[in-house]
Design a protein around this ligand. Sequence first.
Ligand code: 8YV
Length: 333
Amino acid sequence: MADRPRVWVSQPLFDDIVGRLHEHFEVDATGKVTVWSSPQIAAKLRGCEGAVVTLNERVGAHEIADATSLRAIANVGVGYNNLDVAALGARRIVATNTPDVLTETTADMAFALLMAASRRVTEGERWLREGQWTQWAFDSLLGNDIHGSTLGILGMGRIGQGVAMRGAQGFRMRVLYHNRSRLPDGIESNCRARYVDFATLLAESDHLVLVLPYSPATHHVIDAAALARMKPTATLINIGRGGLVDEDALADALSGGRLFSAGLDVFEGEPVVNPKLLAVRNVVLTPHVGSATRATRRAMATLAVDNLIAALGHGPDAGSPPTPITAIKTAKR
Ligand code: 8YV
């Protein structure tokens, strides 16, 4: 049907889930993982009413300038710093994300990194594979305890709360957090977490987990000065966005013995990783896989597709996408 609205799906998701879009739209779906330049994104969006995008695709004023029929962007992911929400809002383009469905999986990943970095799991594996394990030694690869230590959380949204609960209940950790605003008492006691100021969080955490959204206001929130306030025995975990951390300063602190270890799932220039970090022994590096379980990625793709269908006025939630970022109403066709 020639008059069906066109939508673009920027990366391969799951065929059966993307297939649901065919019921309502002409679908321009990408068959293989693709790096899209800004002009290519603009060209793809031109003539589309909607798109499903990932963190790889920056969608801002420039990319939507010629997309005069664009009405909705469904982001696959809870973080949406790839979208210029103000530019979309000015054009009354609905933007949605995928909160909640990835909370527990991403909180699990924070602990995977925390445990690996504190107990030197990947470092030990490298050492073993390199054939360096010639004799068991009482004092080799000594790490730090997780149980009973102080867990600090910077950014106490849904994922931060999931990390707090794992720490408090699973590892009997003392949990401190800092956030833009203090949480209501009920949530604090549920997570067994205590609100502290930023300086106290830095000074007292044995394990500091970054889970806050990235924006110009949070750029390099962990810089050389912040690192200098942390315990030299501490471990830093970043599952938020790479731009939260000054990576050069982190690499210097790690190699200079001013920070015990780090676990990073996100990087400022990803997929390119700062060579100074690659050269450091005491850092665990993973390729942005915080939400990467089959079940969670399916749930994210499903929610993004539900959002797009609803935002474009179809399906059971027509006109009311389940998880909008902006409060802008869907224009009726
Ligand atoms: C996603 C993430 O995999 O949700 C987020 O913010 O960083 C990841 O869980 C990514 O956004 C996919 O676009």
